[in-house]
Ligand binder design. Structure first.
Ligand code: NCD
Ligand code: ZN
Length: 344
């Protein structure tokens, strides 16, 4: 049986949620990952260092006693965030990035930025202090085709931003297109990207296989096969600009199986296993460790984890539902097989 042991990985883009959902989401991630960059888009967004530190405590309180896990916190960039708060965040030692949501782009993004100029003073402060900007790279607007939102964001927002703030460190989160791959490859060393497992494994046909599939709905949307191929090539290329970030984002079953379903796919129950499957299919398993456990840490200035995890190529079935407090979440691959299993 094939086995793979790698240095313990980090998830550089994760939605843990809050309250009763934390017990499950934290345990699933902690089983596989040593650390995670924790997204701040709670129903009440995490906009101050004090709120982030309190959220961090709730995450740690939800961690099962026998597990270790380090939540790396972020702040939500609103148009009223002050440059002074960036300095406070930096000094706390627990805030690793500031998340930019274009207003209305995704779940709980209504508190985000509608005009970039309004956050220039904050971006200047971040550039000065070396605080990374984590970008949800999609434009919104009824005139923009939903599948073009990322490519148009690069032209309209990201490229001009990088000219204005050339030293700003930027993570282009959950990239989904060959345009994003090319842009990151060609960009300066300050520009990197995270890639999800679901965008490596699925193309947009998965939204419509035999009928509409709400559990494959996420933002940015899945794209056509040529884009998936470009992502897979980038992730498995050994280029340190591309690293692991799951964007695992649980929503209750009823919120997704709805006339207006929520965006987000839950992959934390099997995240490293899913990446192993994608890398194995590309004949690139030897490159998984650097993508999952080194490049992200290097960008964020963190040491590499000392422990390791072992995977074995044994098929196992994913439950049809997972309990999240009183709610049920339908995980990625529900009722279907995974090709890899985590050894305890
Ligand atoms: C995320 C969520 O549910 O918080 N949803 C998603 O589809 N990825 C938000 C995000 O990262 O866009
Ligand atoms: Zn996300």
């Amino acid at each position: 049986m094939q086995k793979l042991t790698i240095r313990c990985p980090d998830d550089m883009h994760l939605h843990l949620r809050d309250g009763a959902a934390l017990a499950r989401s934290v345990a699933d991630s902690a089983q596989r990952f040593a650390r995670a960059i924790v997204m701040p888009n709670l129903a009440q967004p995490v906009t101050t260092t004090a709120q982030a530190l309190a959220y961090r405590k709730r995450i740690l309180a939800a961690l099962p006693a026998e597990m270790t896990f380090k939540p790396l916190m972020t702040l939500y960039l609103t148009e009223t965030l002050s440059p002074d708060e960036i300095a406070v965040a930096q000094q706390s030692g627990h805030i690793h990035g500031i998340k930019l949501y274009p207003a209305g782009a995704t779940t709980n993004a209504e508190f985000g930025v509608s005009r970039m100029e309004r956050v220039y003073p904050v971006l200047a402060q971040m550039e000065k202090l070396g605080m990374p900007l984590l970008v949800h790279g999609e434009v919104v607007g009824p005139e923009v085709d939903a599948f073009d939102r990322e490519a148009i964001f690069i032209e309209r927002e990201l490229a001009p931003l990088m000219v204005r703030f050339p030293e700003l460190r930027i993570v282009f989160e959950h990239i989904t297109t060959c345009e994003a791959v090319d842009f990151v490859r060609a960009g300066s060393a300050h520009l990197v990207a995270t890639v999800t497992a679901h965008h490596l494994l699925l193309n947009r046909n998965a939204l419509f296989t035999g009928g509409i599939r709400p559990h494959h709905y996420c933002l940015p949307l899945l794209k056509r096969e040529s884009h998936r191929q470009a992502l897979l090539a980038a992730a498995t290329s050994g280029n340190p600009k591309f690293f692991l970030g799951t964007d695992s984002a649980p929503h209750a079953r009823h919120a997704k199986e709805s006339a207006c379903g929520c965006a987000g796919i839950y992959t934390a129950h099997a995240a490293i296993e899913l990446y192993a499957e994608a890398f194995a299919a590309a004949g690139a398993l030897p490159r998984l460790e650097a993508f999952a456990s080194q490049y992200g840490a290097d960008f964020y200035g963190l040491s590499h984890n000392a422990d390791s995890v072992t995977l074995e190529a044994v098929s196992c079935e994913v439950p049809t539902g997972l309990s999240f407090g009183a709610e049920e979440v339908v995980p990625f691959r529900a009722g279907e097989a995974l090709a890899w299993r985590l050894c305890s």
